[in-house]
Ligand binder design. Structure first.
Ligand SMILES: [Zn+2]
Length: 145
């Protein structure tokens, strides 16, 4: 999808309507039109970038910095919020529906009947050797960045 077709770019250019909670130089935030609960906010970089790993580091910092401020504001508001899920679906395989990276701030409260959709692997014994091999795989690459 070209970024002229991107619905978040259209929202950022005011070509599509949205309910904004924040407009900044690096990121903006508006309400999700299909909210998990009331107050479900999307923190969106002002630049078009599909993948999280493609974002400049300062943009990533700003997404989480503003995300935290917004969550505090929600907690201080009348919106039901006893906790929240902050999540970022990166890639269509992970459920990313809009190809413009975004951070979800989804308020949660007891009795809201939502569950996060992960089923963790259950293993009877921790395979430390396999875990260590995987950890090395990642930490070796981390040294290169
Ligand atoms: Zn976009």
């Amino acid at each position: 999808m070209g970024h002229d077709q991107c619905i978040f770019c259209k929202v950022l250019k005011s070509e599509l309507e949205a309910s904004f909670v924040y407009k900044g130089n690096i990121v903006s935030a508006f309400l999700d039109i299909n909210p998990v609960n009331e107050g479900h906010v999307l923190v969106v970089p002002n630049i078009h970038c599909e993948r999280f790993t493609g974002l400049p580091p300062d943009t990533v910092k700003e997404m989480f910095f503003i995300g935290q401020k917004i969550l505090k504001a929600i907690e201080d508001s009348k919106i039901a919020c006893e906790g929240a899920n902050l999540f970022l679906s990166d890639g269509s395989v992970a459920g990313q529906e809009v190809p413009h990276s975004h951070l979800h701030i989804a308020p949660r409260f007891y009795g809201d009947k939502h569950k996060m959709g992960f089923s963790h692997t259950t293993i009877s014994q921790i395979n430390r050797k396999a875990l260590s091999k995987t950890a090395t795989e990642i930490s070796d690459k981390l040294k290169d960045t």
